[in-house]
Design a protein around this ligand. Sequence first.
Ligand code: ZN
Ligand code: ZN
Length: 406
Amino acid sequence: MRNMKRYLSSILGLMLIFSLIGCSSISENSKKTVLSRPAESNQSTTKKAHQPIKNTISVDNKKSTYGNLKVHYINVGQADSILIEQGSSSMLIDAGNNEDSNTVKNYISEQGITKLDYIVGTHPHEDHIGGLDYVIKSFQVGKIYMPKVTSNTKTFQDVVSAIKAKGMKVTLPIVEQTFKVGSATATILAPNSSGYEDLNNYSIVIRVTFGNNSFMFDGDAEDISENEMLSKGFDVSADVIKIGHHGSNSSTSQAFLDKVNPKYAVISVGKGNSYGHPHKSTMEKLQDKGIKVYRTDESGTIVATSNGNDITFNVKPGSYTYNGTGTVVSKLNTSSKNVVNIPITKTKISSNVNIKKVYFTQKGKSYHYDKNCSTLKRSKTILEGSKQEAISSGHTDPCNICAGGN
Ligand SMILES: [Zn+2]
Ligand SMILES: [Zn+2]
């Protein structure tokens, strides 16, 4: 059996090598798109009538007026949380798991921030919005962007409650809409449709430009969303990409990576995580293109600083080692089985594709693997979520009948 596996993986390896060779003409094309970057940034300058005034000021004293753009990829283990600062403005993209609430809040406070101009909850998975309720409670908040999709997890409900308690409303992302974070420009590039099978594809994808530098923040967007951005002809080129879905093989398609054509890739991923992130195929694509990789599992919090022309990092690049080698086919099978997405109506949606779902009730102390477990029969409202979510909200006992408790 093992020999068979080895045999298969060597064939897969060969196929990959051939496909990489076959792609050399594509990377030629991608170089062309990079050349067109200055023209595109000119376009965006002409679109905004007020910008030229700012530009004339910047010529005199660019450094003091503009300062730097700082992007903090906060180490939250197997999760995402990114703080972006420019001038006196800031944006937080995701806030890690529930258990990262303090880490994220303290990190933001340590930067001297009391107001977050923008908060983006890329999609309703716990590893992205877990700490969001605490952050919303802890800071002044300008706008909160979240995609038009709901989840019945406690984590999601907590975020909604925190927003309501502040008397705020969620702003839905509109693709191609731009907003300013200081003098940096953020553009929303996804999601481009609804009714996705996988919650990950609802991820709000944002591209931030600052002077001649650009950054892509991909949330957990998978190949489906990547293809939509490409087919819409969006400018996805970036010096730094936050690799989609923690380096999973469901994201970072070759065509997308070629178009983004980054110098640097950041992977937010937990050490020794059980999901096989980052995946072999992702790491090989990055290595093949000579893209420097920074990863939170190796370096902790990663800070990229741009002065508008050059980008520096607080740590040395990491390795191309990977954690998973599973095939795409098996992943597609599981995602279509476990996930039901209803875009507008508030119907049940599973919490996390990759994490085994558990079921629990508001008042009960147990968690269940089986939604139809006999002990749940009398409960009207059954909540679902990851085991971590269940435990962190006081449902610490595995059910004797369905979850191997005793
Ligand atoms: Zn995630
Ligand atoms: Zn996700």
